[in-house]
Design a protein around this ligand. Sequence first.
Ligand SMILES: *[C@@H]1O[C@H](CO)[C@@H](O)[C@H](O)[C@H]1NC(C)=O
Ligand SMILES: *[C@@H]1O[C@H](CO)[C@@H](O)[C@H](O)[C@H]1NC(C)=O
Length: 221
Amino acid sequence: MVALLLLFLTLPVAVFTKDPKCPDGFLHFKRTPTAKNNHTKNWCVKVFSYSNTGNRDYARSVCIANHAMLTIPENRAEYEAIGEFVRKNNYSAPHAIDGELSSRCKARYLHKWFDTNTVEGECNIKKNLFMFDDINTDPSYILTKFGNRVPSGGGEMSVAESSPKLIFLYGCMVLTQTHLHGNEKALSFANLEWCGGKAHSKNSVGPESLVDSVVCGKHPE
Ligand SMILES: *[C@@H]1O[C@H](CO)[C@@H](O)[C@H](O)[C@H]1NC(C)=O
Ligand SMILES: *[C@@H]1O[C@H](CO)[C@@H](O)[C@H](O)[C@H]1NC(C)=O
């Protein structure tokens, strides 16, 4: 609670600084302020290497520990700069980024599959299929960068004959293809992973996602 309060108190100072400066190690992106990115002109981004950031709360925690939040590249130039950063540091893809299937759409999708590109209403990919932590980044660009249909994966299993069919969906956004250089032209670099991370024991069955880095963003200081 105290840490959260402090974070909110320090943000306005950052915003009104004349010469925005990102903390050491963060990339500095100049942005076109719009209603869709909370009128953000400057944004700082860093990729952190940390085990099991496929678990969405762990990914969030790594950002919070660095006084930042989950974020995503807003355009091609930001994606390429992030790629350069991860290649320089030898981090392997995928990287956890902001964006998670809304719980309402997820429930509806588990019940009955539908095409998120054409469905009417809030669960259309152009509407509110995804929820974002970060309001300072416009997600429009990344939403056009999925190579697979969305949601891209999932499955079902039965633990025992009498048990309900257990259905799971990959619903957390990740960034991929960052090993490619700009001139290799990766056309799609958004994907989805299961939000639960790695299995906690060797014998557990079911999904797991292997993500060991996370993209965090914050206002300049
Ligand atoms: C939105 O932008 C304003 C002004 O730049 C800033 O003070 C505020 O912290 C931002 N909101 C969030 C949730 O980051
Ligand atoms: C990345 O890997 C290359 C080749 O293996 C190595 O030369 C370089 O020092 C590594 N860089 C870092 C930051 O670990």
